[in-house]
Design a protein around this ligand. Structure first.
Ligand code: ASP
Length: 343
């Protein structure tokens, strides 16, 4: 008989980990060491489950690269002992966290599934149980004793997404995430259906975990009327290394001289500027309109159809590598973890 998959839950905090104290009616952090006894449904799953919690469960708005490293180290330290990982975080910054983790893990062969919920696990109408149970099921899913998923994903409200393709789009509805530029990898209905065609194949190489991230980066979102003073002060931030420039439509920006001169000066000062569209779906195509021809000429890197969350993660990851300008552009414009669609 095939061995039951071993799943590790890494609990960091967020709404999912709250439970109602029915005496006081207050929400309090849930003790994940007691997870099986609190959610008896988990016993029906064909796997063994263990969990590790952050000492102080936190709201994901308080998480930064230090916590990303903590998540990465926990998975790395337990990588050989478990068949799959479910990471519970708050949903607010889950797309940022999970996108970054996707870059940190090179040559992944096992599933890392991020999930959370809009309502606490103790709430009557909670979405937490379904999100958690199905995420564990996905992390356990195997074929020929090999995991079906071997990439970093985000599961929420019946859909499994490639994590680095997602954005949080709703603070109210259970369907809180979107992935407009890449289809779901699985959908949960009566059956759990995997969209095999879109799932990344497992790597045959040895896992490499890259924990050094550079966070001297910024997101500069354009809006009509943005002033020279604003752009100038952002591009002159001390020690700035990378900028996600959120442009309009297919990557368009004003072609006013002052603006282009500021970008050019920053690029000449070795700051990497990546063009990402403000649109939820679609792609940057530098050169498609007159308003983006010059961006390409001065050395702005095309983010193509990457999300802002993934672009900031990729900058943090690639900036650590001391790449030449040419190589940096090459690697940024190329898909490393499925975050960019092929041309
Ligand atoms: N503020 C919470 C967090 O991101 C929201 C959630 O968990 O959904 O930690």
């Amino acid at each position: 008989m095939a061995k039951k998959p071993n799943i590790l839950i890494v609990y960091t905090g967020g709404t999912i980990g709250m439970i109602k104290d029915y005496k006081t009616n207050a929400l309090k952090a849930f003790d994940f060491s007691q997870i099986i006894s609190k959610i008896p449904e988990l016993e029906q799953l064909n796997c063994t489950i263990q969990s590790i919690s952050f000492d102080e469960p936190m709201d994901s708005s308080n998480m930064n690269t230090k916590h990303y490293k903590q998540i990465a180290s926990t998975i790395e330290d337990n990588y050989t002992k478990f068949d799959g990982f479910v990471v519970l975080t708050g949903s607010d910054t889950m797309s940022y966290i999970s996108s970054t983790i996707s870059f940190m893990f090179e040559n992944l062969q096992k599933p890392i599934i991020f999930t959370g919920s809009q309502l606490p696990i103790g709430d009557l109408r909670t979405d937490a149980k379904e999100n958690l149970i199905t995420s564990i099921e996905i992390a356990c899913a195997q074929e020929n004793q090999k995991p079906i998923i071997s990439e970093v994903c985000l599961y929420f409200e019946y859909k499994l997404y490639r994590a680095n393709r997602t954005s949080k789009i709703n603070a109210e509805q259970f369907e809180a995430f979107s992935s407009l530029n890449y289809p779901p990898l699985a959908e949960s209905g009566v059956h759990l259906n995997f969209n095999r065609h879109f799932i990344k194949a497992a790597s045959s190489k040895k896992l490499v975990v890259r924990k050094n991230l550079v966070n001297d980066v910024v997101i500069l979102k354009l809006f009509p009327g943005i002033t020279k003073k604003t752009v100038q002060s952002i591009l002159n931030i001390e020690n700035l290394k990378g900028v996600v420039l959120e442009t309009y439509g297919a990557g368009n920006a004003p072609n006013e001289k002052w603006f282009l001169n500021l970008l050019k000066k920053a690029i000449d000062n070795h700051i990497k500027i990546v063009n990402v569209t403000q649109c939820e779906g679609g792609s940057v195509v530098q050169g498609h309109y007159e308003t983006s021809v010059i961006l390409k000429k001065i050395g702005v890197i095309s983010g193509k159809d990457i999300t802002t969350e993934s672009a900031i993660a990729k900058l943090m990851y690639l900036l650590n590598k001391n790449l030449s300008k040419k190589d940096f552009t090459f690697y940024f414009e190329k898909s490393l973890r499925g975050e960019i669609s092929p041309a």
